[in-house]
Design a protein around this ligand. Structure first.
Ligand code: ASP
Length: 585
């Protein structure tokens, strides 16, 4: 690609031995300077492609991060000075002319990749931070992900539709960011938590296949994998069943993965939510490693051992755990499991007995010989393994052992391959709220599973067993995104609102426009959305999504660069009809 401009002939890191003898003009930043005697300096010149060594005569005052234009001749590096680690390591530029385009103060932190710089300082000077290889690489990867996704969606005839930012609320379960209206003081727009309602309106509008790389805003507590604003590939399709959505989304994700890693994920296996919970103790299982949860409840039916007299007993086996874990670490794990909500964590060591493996230490003395034998058999335990058992309510057992499994076995983010997984048949409701009303697991427009329709009348705890046509896409234990087949029939929607305790008036006030639209002929439809930030982070091996966002906020939601959020002046407040109260004490 020809990237020459009026000011330069070449990019720094594209020069190779084939350019020897050419006169080139380069532009960039002074990355590193090494003096060579009094009259010669080696300068590493950097642009977005990388570095090239320039040999500069005289003692021009060229300091770090000065912006310069250099003209000179490409020549081979002297024998013994070739740098195999650098793309341009065979050549250097013998500079004859230098122009300083802009001087620079010393950078606020070293730009090499080894220095560990405080994040607030990096974000305060993000424009300097962006010059680092890591961010250059991450942002280019992100652009490649977006581009591959667009190409994939367009190849499937999806139409890109832009939906508004100033809207009424979207029910994704987080708090809205709101924008005061000047024309109607006292009224507010919400910023979209997702384009959910608009994409459903697009389906009523006959768009048939919609997509958008959409900005979503949610006022939630931030963590390493969350920002107030984030990007999603958002899609919706008409006249489809789940499989149609899976096919299109799997392809877009596979294309993006292949575009940036060169490896195409071939399999997107499926697991039901229930199976995921039973085997991995999670609705987003990391299937890169085993250590699955094994059902032990029948073994302990009628047991004498008090610790195992519970509704559910499950166990996991840590191969070689006896060697790997110290007594202190085991005690730490017990405490951690209690913090996660378990009454306790039963552990035992597997030793070599005369006639096969036996259990010892920990709670081993409470088990009958038959129970011990059955546990060993069920867990396929070998001498040297540690086994961990939790006995409690079923949900608690899964939850705690699921977390313990990750704690003991989860590989680092960029090891163990890429295991994509569709988790299907999510429950329709996630819990019963304090008022006894069920809380939706996805949003309230999710279609119940066709086989569970009549259970909608069950009431109470039994509601929690109703499956929905909601699904998640998971990669190595990270939830990439969610979707569902939607309710398109007003009477089913009315029934769900009723169950959720959303009265007719409230439903009309909140989602009246969608319900109205459905009266005018809504096609069956379904869709999906997944996080671009998270996918990109996983593909480049970053655990923190801030590393793949050009201008992120800190964990407390502030932007040290622009100082947002910040107060606005009184006149502006008056215009909006707002009065700011002193902070509550
Ligand atoms: N709007 C949903 C979300 O942002 C995704 C979907 O159901 O399509 O999680």
């Amino acid at each position: 690609m020809d990237l020459s401009t009026a000011m330069r002939t070449d990019m720094c890191a594209t020069l190779t031995a084939a350019d020897i003898g050419r006169t080139v003009t380069l532009c960039g930043w002074v990355s590193r300077r090494r003096e060579h005697g009094e009259h010669l300096a080696f300068i590493d010149l950097r642009d977005r492609t990388g570095l090239i060594q320039c040999v500069v005569p005289g003692n021009r005052d060229l300091r770090s991060e000065f912006v310069v234009q250099m003209t000179g001749t490409v020549r081979p590096r002297p024998e013994g000075t070739v740098n195999a680690d650098l793309a341009t390591g065979e050549v250097e530029v013998d500079v004859s002319q230098i122009e300083i385009l802009a001087e620079a103060e010393p950078p606020p932190f070293p730009l090499d990749e080894r220095s560990d710089v405080d994040e607030t300082i990096r974000l305060r000077h993000r424009y300097v931070d962006l010059r680092r290889d890591r961010l250059q690489h991450n942002l280019r990867t992100r652009a490649a992900v977006n581009s591959a996704i667009r190409t994939a969606m367009e190849a499937e005839d999806f139409v890109e539709v832009e939906t508004p930012m100033l809207i009424a609320s979207t029910p994704e379960g987080a708090r809205d960011f709101v924008v005061p209206s000047r024309k109607e003081p006292g009224s507010f727009y919400a910023l979209p938590q997702s384009p959910q309602l608009f994409k459903q309106l697009c389906m009523v509008g006959g768009i048939d296949r919609y997509y958008q790389i959409a900005r979503c805003l949610r006022d939630e507590d931030l963590r390493a994998d969350r920002q107030f604003e984030f990007m999603q590939l958002d899609a919706e399709m008409s006249f489809v069943e789940q499989d149609d959505v899976f096919r299109v989304i799997s392809k877009a994700v596979a294309d993006a993965t292949e575009a940036v890693t060169g490896e195409r994920p071939l399999e997107f296996p499926r697991i039901t939510w229930l199976e995921a919970q039973e085997r991995f103790g999670s609705d987003k299982p990391d299937t890169r490693f085993g250590m699955e949860l094994v059902e032990l409840t029948p073994i302990f039916e009628g047991t004498e051992a008090r610790v195992f007299q519970a509704a559910c007993v499950k166990g996991i086996r840590m191969p070689g755990g006896v060697e790997a874990l110290s007594r202190n670490q085991i005690d730490g794990l017990v405490e951690t499991c209690q913090r996660w909500g378990a009454k306790g964590l039963a552990w035992m060591k597997v030793a070599a007995g005369e006639s096969g493996p036996t259990l010892e230490a920990g709670v081993a003395k409470f088990l009958s010989a038959q129970e011990a034998g059955s546990v060993i058999e069920a867990l396929e335990a070998e001498p040297g393994d540690m086994v961990f058992l939790v006995a409690d309510e079923r949900r608690m057992v899964r939850h705690v052992l699921g977390l313990l499994r990750l704690e003991l076995g989860r590989p680092p983010v960029n090891e163990g391959g890429r295991n994509f997984l569709w988790v299907v048949d999510f429950p329709l409701f996630e819990a019963l709220g304090d008022n006894g009303m069920p809380v939706p697991a996805h949003h309230p427009f999710t279609m119940p599973h066709p086989d569970d329709m009549e259970k909608l009348d069950a009431g109470g705890e039994a509601l929690l067993d109703i499956r929905s046509q909601a699904y998640d896409l998971v990669l190595n234990g990270w939830e990439l995104g969610s979707g569902s087949i939607r309710i398109h029939r007003p009477e089913i929607q009315a029934r769900i609102f009723e169950l959720l305790g959303i009265g007719t008036e409230e439903a009309q006030a909140k989602f009246g426009f969608l319900l109205d639209a459905f009266r005018f002929g809504a096609p069956p439809h379904g869709g999906f959305a997944f996080g671009i930030d998270r996918l990109t982070a996983l593909l480049v091996g970053e655990t923190n999504i801030r590393e793949v966002i050009a201008f992120p906020k800190t964990q407390s939601g502030a932007d040290p660069l622009t100082n947002a959020p910040s107060p606005i002046d009184q006149a502006h407040l008056d215009d909006l009809g707002l009065r700011v109260l002193p902070p509550a004490t």
